[in-house]
Design a protein around this ligand. Sequence first.
Ligand code: SF4
Length: 642
Amino acid sequence: MSQLTENVELSFSESGALARAIKGYQPREAQTNMAVAICDAIEQRHQLIVEAQTGTGKTFSYLVSAILSGEKTIVSTGTKALQEQLFHKDLPLVRKALNKPLKIALLKGRSNYLCIDRLKKNSKQGAGVHPQIEADLSQIIRWSSHTVSGDLGDVPGIAEASMALPLVTSTPDNCSGRQCQYYDDCYLLRARRLAMEADLLVVNHHLFFADMALKDTGFGELIPQAGLIIFDEAHQIPDIACGYFGQSVSTRAFKELANDVILAYHSDLKDTKQLIKAAQIIERCCDQLRLCFSHHGERGDWGQAMSRKEVISAFEQLTENVDFLYQVIKISLGRSDQLDGCFERLIELKASLTLFQQHQKVGFSYWYEAGRQHLQLNISPLSIADKFKQHIDKYEAGWVFTSATLQVDNQFEHFKGLLGIAQATTLALDSPFDYQEQSLFCIPRYLPEPSHPQYVDQLSQLIQTIIEASNGGVMILVTSFSTLNRLHRMLEGNISQTLLVQGLDSKQKILHQFSEDGNAVLLATASFWEGVDIRGDALRCVIIDKLPFASPDDPLLKARLKDCSKRGEDGFSAVQIPQAVIALKQGAGRLIRDSQDHGAFLLCDTRMVTRPYGRIFMQSLPDMKRTRDVKQVITYLEKLNT
Ligand code: SF4
């Protein structure tokens, strides 16, 4: 046994550092096993995949091993919320318990930091425009006088989507870097400096892969080299990473550029009328292209879109006029710094646009996303396995991938295949919870299949019966916004408990209200399937409408399925089932979060028992007590409620 392993085991023991420093600490075998496996990954410089169920204490496992190893460490988490919890709560606790004075840092993406230059320039801009923007700006100005980190997540009472934020943050295009008069006090640069110097740096997957994609081009510089790299919530990596190894271009970028050209015209180049004309044409071409798609917003296959005459024509118009703007700016180069900057941006945008004239590169999906005002074109690789493997081979380090949901049908092959890490060591840790005693799982017997026209009506009846039996404390997770809206209409006014619905308030507020109320009903989709941690009696029942297969209209999924069939594989088994298994495990995992929790889990999809693939889903769920009889669930919930 190595010295590191010995020290780690000792820290987790009954009389170890954690027990001495943390009140109520109890050694857990699974937690120690994970920490020991990580020591091995560090010493052997290899990859380790750990599925650690809720309650295992995986965060402490990797933090203790990382800190005691003395290796420079990067911890990457799935979301900013997790990043903050780790940095502000878990990490200081473990560091103090181990009495190691290591330097720690938190690094987020550029748009999270206050830009002093933009704040000074734009602080008046919100006045009179919109009361909310004005109020948010005043709040930011007050906070800016005493912030140390400049992290806008710390401004009290500002919504994540506040329209004031773009006014006080920078983009690579509008940051003047070394020329900036606030360069020495810049919060973003300070955070990046601290990140470089840290012994343990906490980032998120988006930042990690953005940096990795840049390193690929020789420019990555935000995240330092490390001896240990840990991914928490690692099941999110494949999808997030795909986004960064592709390419995107948006009509927003062209319109912003046109706007800056117009500004340059007004400030320095009033004698060049062609400039303003060419820029205004670009704005019109962007709007025209956007208008070729549904005004509600949509996603789709770019190749298919380019078979429509009006899309081809609008796209060609944009391309031709971008060329025209290029020629016009070229004539005035050297007369205005602002215009010279625009020219460089235009060269990049022009190059990106040409990528979308062709849309048949093998191994990639070409797709579009029409938002309310802009159209974004994307190229995403169908797999990042080769790229990721190359990266791992290049950087000699211990790599740890952990999450509560990595296995499909009790195997890690799917996850290994997605990341190209076939050689990784694996470890599956059981939950410390007694699911047989703490939960009851039901696939209701007499419901029709989800495709049946009466399905949602009957589902709504069943949900109302369950809500009545448990007197609320119910979380309903559905797979689409259309089901969410229908159920919302059906439940509203028909239940006596507080009904909280996703979209009517921020996620944080809804969850807070749900926990505080104790008997509320929460109806949600999408982001609520993951990262929701409600312990105690407020949550007594989770209902899922159907197996969470991704929408067959998703262009990336379509492209992956096509790719599978080219290789002679069955896309349903290779792609759709594993994705849905991971999503279902995440949803079901909302119910039992603590050894004192009890509750019922209803999955209202009879395909679980009528289709052969149902077995894979069943095997992948925790070992709960099972029934198909709704009456048993009602009795169970009534008892919980007394
Ligand atoms: S260096 Fe860039 S991000 Fe920093 S204050 Fe200046 S403009 Fe803003």
